[in-house]
Design a protein around this ligand. Structure first.
Ligand SMILES: Cc1cc2nc3c(=O)[nH]c(=O)nc-3n(C[C@H](O)[C@H](O)[C@H](O)COP(=O)(O)OP(=O)(O)OC[C@H]3O[C@@H](n4cnc5c(N)ncnc54)[C@H](O)[C@@H]3O)c2cc1C
Length: 465
């Protein structure tokens, strides 16, 4: 490739879209032509699991098509690959959306140094968030640890209008035209995934968002907690891969009048809050945010492994928990209310470490996102920010009866219980004919384990004194 320095690189990562894409404006300002690049990084692909990898490959195919087949996909360590490619195209700048995750931030710093050695600049424009993590701070300049004041400060800070960009904002270099350039590996084939995955890509994200805006957002406040109803937006996977930017979502919500639009905006704020917390405390991805919880005794050994296996398989004998775990396998997604129920069950009924559950979720979830997942788990476990007090322990039976009042959600995912009408499905052990064949007895007694959880929590309280 030529080395005239009349080109730049747009390095796509978690921003697989062309509309509302500030990196394209920066690239168009920097050079007349740009190379679109995606690096398949084994360090990220490995832990992603087949559902997320396959969804990602689908998004890349869509992006490539939108770029007229001009997306260069290479494999390797970005610290080696990106500077090599920048040099090959004669780029003076490489454009990215800033990454605030623990791995992404470090990776970008290494790439930045290596590019600088060749006289090339890494230019950050925007991020996957409406307000970049670290930007909103308390009056004393410190980070927020509690959601509600964060949300207020976040809303007061505000965000830019969506960037007006599209496929023609930049003149794209065709990587196939060039001699001696980097070798493309192409987009890998889909993997074998048992779960039914959402349609990948930017066009699918915008379609789903429009459908939700036109049909669902008005009722969102009333139905978002009901796993038996299609009441939520299913936008998490598209936000995860940047097929849509939250700014676009927030701009559309601002034109809505309903109270539910405000509720939805609050959920977007949770995503931004957890990204901010992980940015301030990268260690909280693997460790208790509240270190007093290090004193909480957790189960281990064969018994713990067996209970964990029953939880993963959806064979705990608690219908709402089992339905959730089976939804996770069938759809690589789980309803938020049920994520909280199954997480509480793992931590407070089975006394297992939250990070076992978080790791399993990250293997299976198509929307698996380090900040939202680890902090969703820690919120439920009580060890996170703004924690639900530890002594508030979800009762899986009453949660089921309250949020799946007719039992439709359980019957949909637990076919062994398909013949039990109404809410009786939440307590099959109370049926006159006994538990239906093939469905297990409850593996624990919730009342007993609740007391046990509270007794264990005393150790955390003692550690605080
Ligand atoms: C234990 C646990 C693990 C979780 N793991 C993840 C995860 O890996 N990835 C992920 O995106 N979300 C995670 N969440 C948050 C939430 O469950 C999902 O964002 C939501 O279920 C996605 O479905 P939806 O898009 O239909 O949500 P909607 O109800 O339509 O919400 C709209 C958007 O708001 C954001 N949002 C909603 N609730 C939360 C929340 N509690 N925390 C952060 N953002 C939120 C998401 O971006 C979501 O797409 C987790 C929650 C818990 C309790």
């Amino acid at each position: 490739m030529a080395d005239s320095r009349d080109a730049c690189v747009v390095w796509f990562r978690r921003d697989l879209r062309l509309s509302d894409q500030p990196t394209l404006l920066a690239a168009a300002d920097a050079a007349p032509r740009a190379l679109a690049l995606f690096v398949l990084d084994p360090r990220l692909l490995g832990p992603s699991g087949p559902a997320r990898r396959t969804f990602l490959y689908g998004c890349l195919r869509e992006l490539d098509a939108a770029l007229g087949g001009k997306l260069l996909v290479v494999r390797g360590d970005p610290a080696d690959v990106v500077p090599r490619i920048a040099k090959a195209v004669g780029a003076a700048t490489v454009h990215i959306a800033a990454d605030f995750g623990p791995y992404g931030r470090e990776r970008d710093e290494v790439v930045e140094k290596s590019l600088a050695a060749d006289g090339c600049e890494l230019v950050r424009s925007g991020s996957p968030y409406a307000v970049a993590p670290g930007r909103v701070t308390k009056g004393d300049g410190g980070p927020f640890k509690v959601f509600t004041p964060f949300r207020r400060a976040w809303a007061d800070h505000g965000w830019r209008a969506p960037a007006e960009t599209g496929p023609r904002t930049v003149e794209w270099i065709d990587p196939a035209d060039k001699d001696g350039g980097p070798r493309a590996v192409g987009i890998p084939d889909d993997e074998k995934v048992d779960a039914e995955l959402p349609e990948p890509g930017e066009a699918a994200a915008l379609r789903r968002w429009t459908e939700f805006l036109d049909g669902g957002v008005e009722d969102y406040g009333g139905t978002r907690d009901r796993p038996d109803k299609p009441g939520t937006s299913r936008m998490s996977v598209y936000l995860k891969y940047g097929c849509i930017h939250p700014r676009t979502i927030l701009a559309d919500l601002a034109r809505q009048r309903s109270a539910s639009a405000g509720t939805y905006r609050t959920e977007i704020a949770w995503r931004e809050f957890y990204a901010d917390v992980l940015h301030q405390r990268p260690d909280s991805a693997r460790k208790n945010y509240d270190r007093a919880f290090d004193a909480l005794p957790v189960a281990s050994g064969k018994g713990a492994e067996e209970r964990f296996a029953a939880w993963k398989e959806g064979r705990t004998g608690f219908p709402i928990v089992d339905a959730g775990m089976r939804q996770l396998r069938e759809q690589a997604w789980m309803h938020n209310r049920v994520r909280m129920i199954v997480a509480s069950f793992l931590v407070k009924d089975l006394h297992l470490p939250w990070w076992w559950g978080a790791r399993y979720f990250m293997q299976l979830l198509v929307d698996g996102d380090l900040a939202s997942n680890q902090h969703g788990w820690q919120w439920t476990a009580g060890s996170g920010t703004d924690a639900s007090p530890y002594f508030r322990i979800f009762n899986p039976i009453t949660q089921g009866e309250r949020f799946d009042p007719d039992g439709d959600y359980v019957r949909r995912f637990v076919p062994e219980l398909g013949g039990i009408p109404g809410k009786q499905v939440h307590q099959p052990w109370k049926l006159q004919d006994g538990i239906p064949d093939g469905y297990p007895e409850p593996i624990v007694d919730h009342k007993v384990e609740r007391e046990e959880a509270l007794a264990r929590y005393e150790r955390v309280k003692a550690a605080r004194r």
